[in-house]
Design a protein around this ligand. Structure first.
Ligand SMILES: Nc1ncnc2c1ncn2[C@@H]1O[C@H](COP(=O)(O)OP(=O)(O)O)[C@@H](O)[C@H]1O
Ligand SMILES: [Mg+2]
Length: 300
């Protein structure tokens, strides 16, 4: 059994308490061997290509023309909030961020899909806090895209309008400027999910999302896409085709090992970067990945 599977098996045996939004629990990141295996096939077809509009977008134009609704980020979901007693969790996100930058030294990764096997494993939590970790760095910009067109949550956590958003753009009802939101306080941009659509999978596969990402990824340091769970719908596999890398979130001690294995198989051999073990308890040793094992200590 590979190290990643051993780690997941051990995690399954640990039963952490149910989530409490005000009580963030740490992450662990496993799968370095898988990362190494996957890095050879990472693709980055986008650099230099033209966006949907047929011209290169510029950051200043985006800044001027996007919406600035004034977010009210819910501190309960922000591990960097001073109201949170989550220094350890914040540190884990900084560590995840630096691991991703190190991966980028080997492969040109910029667009990142965050998915999981089942609902409720922490995809939105990880996507949001990873994006915040990036945007908090000096002169770094992150774009968060809510591609969970069936159960969108990012706008709720950020206190942002839900529409117009991705579904409106993909169905031709909105342009890129009207779906992009920004906040002057953080170098974070958001594309919310938008109005509910009867056919999310078809919208995501109609070629428009790829063109949108082609236009956006040269402007941002990272583009992070929050997706639905793999077991429920085909959407994550569709979106993964247009992304440089996939992070699979696994809720430690909850998700059955076999189900996780199926999820990893879906992306292995394509662009799987690794697994974020969410809710791993401090001091727990997950199959050789002790709490800090595998992490470079991030001094940023
Ligand atoms: N590490 C964590 N610590 C504390 N709460 C968490 C953690 N991960 C997820 N949660 C909470 O669990 C709930 C479900 O997480 P969410 O990110 O919405 O899952 P998903 O997007 O996979 O459906 C949310 O209330 C979220 O804030
Ligand atoms: Mg979610």
């Amino acid at each position: 059994m590979s190290r990643i599977h051993e780690a997941l098996k051990k995690a399954e045996e640990q039963k952490p308490p149910a989530w409490r939004p005000t009580d963030p629990t740490p992450l662990n990141y496993v799968g370095e061997s898988e990362v190494a295996a996957a890095s050879g096939v990472l693709h980055s077809p986008r650099r230099g290509e033209m966006p949907a509009t047929g011209r290169c977008l510029r950051l200043e134009e985006l800044r001027q023309r996007c919406i600035k609704p004034g977010w009210r980020l819910n501190p309960d979901y922000d591990v960097f909030s001073t109201q949170q007693s989550s220094a350890l969790c914040a540190e884990q996100f900084r560590t995840l961020r630096s691991r991703l930058y190190r991966l980028r030294e080997k492969s040109p990764i910029r667009t990142l899909l965050v998915t999981s096997t089942l609902p409720g494993e922490g995809k939105t939590f990880v996507a949001l806090n990873l994006a915040l970790a990036i945007a908090r760095q000096h002169e770094r910009r992150a774009l968060l895209i809510d591609a969970d067109l069936r159960a969108s949550r990012l706008h709720v956590r950020l206190g942002a309008p839900s529409a117009p958003g991705l579904s409106d753009y993909l169905s031709g009802r909105a342009d890129e400027f009207s779906i992009l939101q920004a906040d002057p306080k953080v170098e974070l941009f958001l594309v919310p999910a938008g109005r509910s659509a009867p056919n999310p999978s078809e919208l995501l596969a109609n070629g428009t999302l790829k063109r949108f990402l082609d236009g956006m990824s040269p402007i941002f340091d990272w583009v992070i896409i929050d997706a639905p769970p793999v077991l429920a719908v085909a959407d994550p596999s569709i979106i993964a085709e247009f992304c440089d890398g996939v992070l699979v979130v696994v809720q430690a001690g909850e998700t059955a090992h076999d189900l996780v294995k199926t999820t990893l198989q879906e992306f292995r051999g394509n662009n799987l970067l690794g697994v974020v073990l969410n809710g791993a308890n401090e001091g727990t040793n997950y199959g050789g990945y002790s709490y800090y094992a595998g992490f470079g200590m991030d001094k940023k």
